[in-house]
Ligand binder design. Structure first.
Ligand SMILES: [Zn+2]
Ligand SMILES: [Zn+2]
Length: 94
C-alpha cells in the first residue's frame, strides 16, 4: 500500500529516510535536519517477515556509533552526529 505524504516529522527533508531524535544530519544523504526540499514522498507500508538486519556503524571522524535496523541491509553514508561520510565494511556477496 502506498500513499503520498508530506508528514516529515522525524524524516529527512531530502531523501525522506527516518531520522532519530538526536540526529543532526541525515545518515543517508548528509542533509542537515530541517533542510531539504520537503517534497511529498510515497509512504510505503510493506509487510515484514523475519528478524530485521542489524548493522553497527562507527564514524571514523567523531567516533559516534549507532545501530541500524533496516530491511534489506543498511546504506548509511553519513554520520548523524557530525555529517562526515561513513566508510562501511559491509560485504557485498551476491
Ligand atoms: Zn537524507
Ligand atoms: Zn561523526
Amino acid at each position: 500500500m502506498r500513499e503520498m505524504s508530506t508528514d516529515y516529522s522525524g524524516r529527512c527533508g531530502n531523501c525522506h529516510e527516518p531520522m532519530r531524535d538526536n540526529d543532526l544530519f541525515c545518515r543517508y544523504c548528509g542533509t542537515p535536519r530541517g533542510e531539504g526540499d520537503f517534497l511529498p514522498y510515497e509512504n510505503i507500508n510493506c509487510c515484514v517477515y523475519g528478524p530485521p538486519m542489524v548493522t553497527t556503524h562507527t564514524c571514523t571522524d567523531c567516533g559516534y556509533s549507532w545501530n541500524v535496523r533496516r530491511l534489506g541491509g543498511d546504506n548509511a553514508l553519513f554520520c548523524p552526529e557530525c555529517g562526515s561520510p561513513v566508510s562501511t565494511e559491509l560485504k557485498e556477496d551476491w
